[in-house]
Design a protein around this ligand. Structure first.
Ligand SMILES: Nc1ncnc2c1ncn2[C@@H]1O[C@H](COP(=O)(O)OP(=O)(O)OP(=O)(O)O)[C@@H](O)[C@H]1O
Ligand SMILES: [Mg+2]
Length: 423
């Protein structure tokens, strides 16, 4: 099965997408998935997560704003080929067609399609594109740890899972400290970051894979860290837009992108969730914390986060009389508990020494915490293997499954009931 081309069609005329589709249908050897959007702004947003191979833009005689649009498109989706579609009768008699086309090329268009789009022109155009097979299925997985109560073990899990993966896949794992105002990842790794997310913000318009790797700090186990900003003022500059850019690039640069977060439900978190292949809701079996966990799971459901990408982690678990068992916790959550991580004193000790427990080894090491985190790491490897194995036949699914267009917090109407509590 050949890979499907992801084609974005931009314009207010619904016939344009229909023309692209019917030309596609006539091509037996090419599969394409079209995605129509009406406005350019919206197109940029969608291109960021979908990275279409081909972008077909409805052209008018007015080329104002085209150069800027082409630049933005190039920035969010550098592998996309932008072409203009126009009707033969678009051009007035006093405008020479060649002058118009040359000007459009100067604005950054790569090619043109005449409407109605002839099948052979579309085929010729597609044959000149880079095959999609080299990309989407090879994209890395984005994995986040979230909670709506503080101190449940998100950072501990993020750091240890990231290190565990990096040891087995050196160079291929990025940890992003998205706990922006209170980042602890660097300290848990005993690193003093010379560059942080703030540098990424400052370089946002020039960001590419090389620069991203350069702005990450290296840990000896093979992990790269994008550290949290140094202070709250800098942290405020990390918005959802820059975060989506980072994630878009990160998944093209690394195999695993782990995101630690702060317990607050804002646009940045929704942006992270929107691009995550896996989201771990971290909670505890104590009743007050678990109640928060229940609300968070409900909220994720309401904003449209796919349930199959969600996993529940019962963290810092202790068996005490009167405490809830994992089964009881599952009942309250209305879904199974996927991982139980025991409370382990060694974790506290390691947090102080800046050596992630998973890297330490030694006597009794494979008990408790490390033993329970390993399956989580193995599951992530399986998730990625699965994506690679299914490969090209599911490219279209993979593309459409990323960027869920989750509802932003403000878009939920009866917010009082479902709103996540900050701690
Ligand atoms: N499995 C565990 N056993 C024992 N202690 C743990 C375990 N997991 C985390 N801790 C400890 O609990 C405290 C909170 O953990 P951590 O900082 O990872 O939580 P967090 O959810 O990231 O918190 P925040 O919401 O403030 O970012 C830390 O002192 C950490 O060392
Ligand atoms: Mg934390």
């Amino acid at each position: 099965v050949s890979a499907a081309f992801n084609i974005m069609v931009i314009g207010t005329d619904p016939k344009l997408a229909a023309e692209v589709n019917s030309a596609l249908e006539a091509l037996v050897d090419v599969r394409g998935v079209t995605y129509p959007v009406s406005e350019r702004r919206q197109a940029i947003e969608a291109a960021r997560s979908r990275a279409p191979e081909l972008v077909v833009l409805e052209l008018s005689t007015d080329l104002a704003g085209l150069a800027e649009f082409a630049r933005d498109m190039e920035m969010v989706s550098p592998h996309s080929t932008l072409v203009g579609a126009f009707r033969n009768d678009l051009l007035m008699h006093d405008v020479s067609e060649s002058a118009f086309l040359i000007e459009a090329l100067h604005c950054g268009l790569k090619d043109f399609l005449r409407r109605p789009i002839p099948t052979n022109e579309l085929r010729a155009l597609i044959s000149r594109l880079k095959r999609p097979s080299a990309r989407p299925e090879a994209w890395g997985s984005i994995i986040c740890f979230i909670s709506n109560k503080g101190g449940v073990g998100k950072s501990t899990l993020s750091v240890n899972v990231a290190c565990g993966l990096a040891k087995r896949h050196p160079d291929r794992v990025l940890l992003i400290d998205g706990s922006l105002q209170m980042g602890v990842c660097a300290s848990m790794l005993d690193l003093e970051p010379r560059t942080t997310l703030t540098d990424v913000v400052n370089e946002r318009d020039r960001l590419d894979s090389t620069l991203l790797r350069r702005l990450a700090v290296r840990h000896e186990c093979g992990l790269d860290l994008l550290a949290a900003p140094a202070n709250a003022i800098e942290a405020a500059a990390v918005d959802d837009d820059v975060m989506s850019r980072i994630l878009t690039l990160a998944r093209r640069t690394y195999d695993y992108v782990i995101v630690d977060t702060f317990p607050m439900f804002d646009r940045v978190i929704v942006g992270i969730l929107d691009m995550s292949d896996r989201c771990y809701v971290v909670t505890e079996a104590g009743v007050p914390v678990l109640r928060g966990g229940v609300k968070l799971v409900q909220l994720l459901d309401r904003i449209g986060y796919p349930a199959e990408r969600l996993k529940i982690v019962l963290s810092r678990h202790i068996k005490i009389t009167g405490g809830l068992t994992p089964a009881e916790a599952a009942q309250r959550l209305g879904r199974p508990v996927d991982y139980v991580i025991p409370f382990d004193k060694q974790v506290l000790i390691c947090a102080n020494t800046g050596e992630p427990y998973i890297l330490r080894g030694g006597r009794g090491w494979l008990q408790g915490f490390v033993r329970s985190v390993k399956p989580l790491i193995v599951d992530l490897e399986m998730m990625r293997d699965e994506a690679l194995k299914l490969g090209s036949s599911t490219v279209a699914l993979a593309i459409n499954g990323r960027g869920y267009g989750l509802k932003k917090v403000g878009e939920l109407n009866d917010s009082a009931e479902g709103e996540a509590e900050a701690r």
